[in-house]
Design a protein around this ligand. Structure first.
Ligand SMILES: CC(C)(COP(=O)(O)OP(=O)(O)OC[C@H]1O[C@@H](n2cnc3c(N)ncnc32)[C@H](O)[C@@H]1OP(=O)(O)O)[C@@H](O)C(=O)NCCC(=O)NCCS
Length: 156
């Protein structure tokens, strides 16, 4: 399944999704270069986020014809803070809901937290609960509320 999406700068990226048994890969490509990816795994009724990365130094083909003419074949592109991580996360939440999974879980690694202490906040803003180094989102709909019939009961 492939579709096109835009980042905040208007760059067009190709989205793809692939499932290999319990593993699911979500990927965003810019001129065939991987700009962002999110990998996960399904375990019973839980979707485990195993890895997410938005490239900040992605080598892409030089878009300008004139610069290419003068020998600049590639350039370094930063795809962070362009909404791609958010779009991947939204896609994964929709995927988990469509598969009727009950929960999404992940782990905040020290190697990611150190350069970005805002990471827990980033997940919280996107609907996740942060508990220590764990993040999760419950997807199961709340149990139906017991019907309150007391107002129809004859008053004593
Ligand atoms: C964390 C990460 C996935 C975010 O993806 P992104 O595409 O850059 O984020 P988005 O553009 O969707 O969201 C940007 C928002 O986060 C905020 N933000 C705060 N610190 C940020 C940071 N260091 N990097 C990116 N965004 C940051 C921005 O201000 C922005 O806020 P807004 O939504 O209120 O405007 C990306 O920075 C990344 O790959 N980091 C390295 C690997 C990593 O930490 N992976 C997560 C593993 S759990």
């Amino acid at each position: 399944m492939k579709k096109l999406i835009r980042d905040k700068r208007g760059r067009v990226l190709e989205f793809s999704q692939e499932r290999v048994e319990k593993l699911v890969y979500f990927r965003l490509e810019f001129h065939r270069a991987c700009a962002a990816y999110l990998n996960c795994r399904t375990e019973d009724e839980v979707l485990l986020l195993t890895d997410m990365f938005v490239e900040d130094r992605c080598i892409v083909p030089e878009p300008s014809f004139w610069r290419r003419l003068f020998g600049h074949k590639t350039l370094e592109a930063n795809f962070r803070r362009q909404g791609l991580g958010s779009q991947l996360l939204t896609t994964v939440i929709a995927y988990a809901k469509a598969k009727k999974l009950k929960r999404i879980e992940g782990h905040l690694a020290e190697k990611d937290l150190q350069p970005n202490p805002q990471l827990p906040r980033w997940y919280q803003k996107r609907g996740f609960t942060v508990a220590g180094s764990k993040i999760f989102m419950n997807l199961a709909s709340p149990p139906p509320q017991p019907h309150d019939d007391s107002r129809y009961m004859p008053k004593s």
